[in-house]
Design a protein around this ligand. Structure first.
Ligand SMILES: [Zn+2]
Length: 312
């Protein structure tokens, strides 16, 4: 895993805008203390860094050079978007212990072990492909092809439910702007438009879980929610399918925080072919938040094919 390229960190910093009403957020969410200051810092970060940096995600503007230059160093220090936001906080005179605590709360995603109230999005699934290295995956982590979510399979048409309370950020085939790409998506969208590829994409739901994380559900056959809907854990989102790059019906479930400062690389050949950014925000293993269950189904099965942005 690598740190998000320096010049793209401001872009990442603007992504954290939870749409979940305050009273619905987890009582354990790390943003609760000093929330007013935290919001002020987040807004300042947005204003100072994100507005000038809107260009990477805005049509008709050039991609920053850094978006095309892979970082050369490995880093595990939380100094990415954190550094950008902390810089703003400094200019806001965050000089009391309480303020400094608020800054830390803003810049770091909650530890996965502290996330609560997740449930399995499919009942009694086989895990056909876990999160981790997988030879045909299109993400690259520490030099290895890597599957960036968990594939759950039962049967075509089975119910897929929300793993956590939240607000739907995207539902359908226009999900890319919510799934943590780092860089300019315009060339990709232009290609999809020019080649009429929209119907080849998976049907996806992205939900703001209200705790600093987003859940991504992919390959639906049909969905019953729309952008802006508020959902409760266990509520029906849609039905298991095989839209996009999938060799069989399954759910790809992914989890990430827009505050994360590490990135997963995209296979350069795939990114070049599909005109995708070279990076996405690093994902976490859903196993870290889902409740304990029975044994896994042993060897990964091929529910997935390398699909770049067909999820997989
Ligand atoms: Zn998958």
């Amino acid at each position: 895993m690598q740190a998000i390229p320096v010049d793209l960190r401001p872009v990442v910093a603007r992504w954290y805008t939870s749409t979940v009403p305050r009273h619905r957020r987890s009582r354990r969410a790390s943003f609760r203390p000093s929330a007013r200051f935290a919001r002020a810092v987040a807004f300042a970060a947005f204003a100072a860094f994100a507005l000038p940096a809107l260009s990477p995600a805005s049509p008709g503007t050039p991609q920053p050079a850094a978006a095309r230059v892979p970082p050369t160093s490995m880093s595990s220090s939380p100094s990415g978007a954190a550094g950008a936001v902390a810089g703003v906080a400094g200019s806001m005179r965050a000089d009391t212990p309480r303020d400094r605590r608020a800054v830390r709360l803003v810049v770091a995603p909650t530890e996965p072990s502290r996330l609560r109230d997740y449930r399995w999005p499919v009942a009694h699934p086989r895990i056909t492909l876990p999160f981790g290295p997988w030879r045909t995956a299109s993400r690259i982590v520490d030099g290895q092809a890597f599957h960036d979510g968990m594939d759950l399979a039962t049967f075509c048409g089975d119910r897929v439910v929300a793993a956590h309370d939240g607000v739907v950020l995207a539902a359908g085939r226009h999900y890319d702007s919510q799934m943590g790409w780092i860089g300019d998506l315009k060339p990709y969208f232009d290609r999809v438009d020019a080649k009429s590829l929209w119907t080849t994409l998976p049907i996806v739901v992205v939900i703001d879980d209200g705790n600093g994380y987003r859940s991504l559900y992919a390959h639906f056959g049909r969905i019953v929610v729309k952008r802006g809907d508020t959902v409760r854990a266990g509520q029906l989102l849609g039905f298991e399918g095989r839209t996009g790059h999938a060799s069989g019906c399954h759910l790809h479930y992914g989890l990430f925080s827009p505050l994360e400062t590490k990135a997963f690389a995209i296979d350069p050949a795939v990114a070049r072919h599909m005109k995708l950014p070279l990076w996405e925000i690093a994902r976490i293993d859903p196993f870290l938040v889902l409740p304990a269950r029975g044994t896994l189904s042993g060897t990964p099965e091929s529910g997935a094919t390398a699909g770049g942005n067909g999820i997989e």
